[in-house]
Write a new protein. Sequence first.
Lengths: 153, 501
Amino acid sequence: MRKADRIFGVIGLGLALWCYLESRKFDYMTEFTPGPGFLPFWVGVALAILSLYLLFDTVKRKPSEKDGKKLLPEKHALYRVAFIVFMLFVVKFSMNTLGFPLTLFVFTTVILAVLEKYSLLKSAGYGIAYAAVTWLIFEYVLTMGFPKGFLGI
Amino acid sequence: MDVLANLMGGFATCLTLSNVGYAALGAFLGTMVGILPGLGPSATMAIILPITFGMDATPAMIMLCSLYYGAMYGGSTTSILVNVPGEASSVITAMEGHQLAKKGKAGTALGLSAIGSFFAGILGTIGLAFTASTLAEFSLRFGPAELFSLVLMGMFTIIFVSGKDVVKSLMSMVIGLGLGCVGTDIVEGKDRFVYGISELLDGIDFVILVMGTFGIAEVLESAEEFMKITPMKVKFSELFPSLAEIWYCRWAILRGTLVGFGICCIPGSGPTIASFLAYGVEKSVSKHPEKFGTGVLEGVAGPESSNNAAVSGAMVPMFSLGIPGSGATAVLLGGMILYGLKPGPMIFVENADFVWAVIASMFIGNCILIVMNLPLVPLFASLLRIPYGLIYPAILIVCIVGAYAVASGLFEVGLMLVFAIAGYFMKKGGVPAAPMLMALLMGPMLERNLYQALNLAHGNVLVFVQRPISATLLAIIVLMAIFVGIRSFRGKKAAIEEAEE
């Protein structure tokens, strides 16, 4: 956890600097009231103080049981998580091209086949079922207006 | 007497076929969510929220509230049958309930849990009806200075009471305040943190943050490993505890109700803390505390009652003050804002029909849940046999749909994924996401009230300590900070002394 705290501390400092730089573009105060730069400035200051405290604490504190806990999971678990995130981004970037139901079909089929080790046929079957039910509820009944891809669906 | 008259009016509004239907749907979804490990009530409500956009506020809130306390009912099923808590507030039930199941008393544990939850839900809702309206009436005296101090106190209470790492919780809160700055500011109409992205002009929708950090992040963590669950079988005939067993647990149910409701009126507590406290109370008043952990009836009845009463308790600050008492009530509060309502004391004046209909629906929802949970437990338990590998892709799909529905665009889907990655690592690093969500919701309110208070006082900063209610609220924050600081210092000192020994 010590390593994780250091990483969060550094990220916190980065965010603090970002907030401070953003606050400089606006007025800190108007005649009576805080200006648009007031809150971002103090967010930056508070975040900087807290991040420095966290970093200082990781140096000063004695090792404890918590410090043995890893930030990242085991390799196989990390692979699963990373793969799911990758597929979610694939959905985001391909939906305009492939269209809503086809994207969800590909997403479900790949996830089930690669991660859950279902056969390709079974994965495709579930993929069709999930895509069809989702399309039926959200596009046909609720008319949410999802992107239509090159197939026009 | 006003309360009773208002409640009758609420029943008149909510006792329509569609509203009762939505209550039943919410109860069913909540029970399923409670049963299935890997997804909590907050995440599910966040996922369902965009789908309710086209609905009226009243049935939407009825469904979401039913979902919330339905999850408390459902969580005990997995805890008792599988020793895996369906959601966090059922951890204690897993400890005692599963031991009872091993003794062949799974049905008794399930039945007692449902009955205790029912009584606690009804009593808690009565408490909500009387407490929220009284508190709302008192808080009508609040001006911008008081509201600023109240919001600040609410945010700090959530951090100090939750028991999580204070520094990391504060960081999470401050980041949430920063996220709340994104968009057009209220003072000069300037665009902050927008960088020419038109989708950010209205700020970051809290639904995106919740679905990412609560919904998808939770799914990612659960999906790390294959989850194989083999629940114990329960026959319908074994489900009902005897009258003697129910009578034996009557005081445990009442104590659990009082603990759960009272604790969760304080923002930040939540049903999980309530259930642990109730267990501690039962153990301390028991004539045989050594038996706790081996399967005692009070060890199930007390905590299960408290986590249901906690739902009503958490709604007291939400309805009366506009301050969310927990992550789940933060989602409910956000929903109310999305439906065009103004949470806070004025809601009892401007939208009284809505509030009393929702409160009345909680009575109906609890009745539906006891009917649903007792005879249908064997059916719900069979859901546990569905491989989690088939469930989480469906959850992710619903999240994508929900994010798209917010603004009919894929930008929000991308933003949700960014928050999901951040939320996942925050979970791993022990940084709670709830303060960030609360700050995103409350930050604009905080800024607006600060602006209005200083404007009215012509820039006099002392207005916050000159007004008695505001000064009292700020003093509470200082006292809490001192108390937490002393406790932390003593904890560190004890740890150093232990290490030296």
